[in-house]
Design a protein around this ligand. Structure first.
Ligand SMILES: [Zn+2]
Length: 111
């Protein structure tokens, strides 16, 4: 019982584990272990099916129109130091000459 977290609601030490749940017998509060859920994070893959990670360098595989402007990010543009985010556009990055940008992982490939 050494690693059992205290109840987040009433701080009771007498919590126990039931499958994926932690249960507090004192106030009947149930919650899940946050470290476990973060391990089930969505895996982001590039157009070739390679897994992408924060800090990776990718290149753009097709011309991409920049929302709200007439500029286009050309195919082959290198994007350094990407950051994976939640959402439809799952890559957060900065592109030289364009500034901060969000891309879709299906339109890039890992270099
Ligand atoms: Zn409790």
């Amino acid at each position: 019982m050494a690693n059992m977290p205290n109840c987040p609601k009433c701080q009771s030490e007498y919590t126990y584990e039931d499958g994926a749940l932690y249960i507090c017998p004192e106030c009947a509060f149930e919650w899940t272990d946050e470290t476990e859920t973060s391990e089930e994070q969505k895996v982001v893959k590039d157009s070739n099916g390679n897994v992408l990670n924060d800090g990776d360098t990718v290149s753009v595989i097709k011309d991409l129109k920049v929302k709200g402007s007439s500029s286009v990010i050309k195919i082959g543009t290198k994007v350094k130091n990407i950051r994976l985010v939640e959402g439809d556009h799952d890559i957060d990055c900065k592109i030289d000459g364009f500034g901060p940008m969000q891309l879709k992982s299906e339109f890039v490939k890992k270099i």
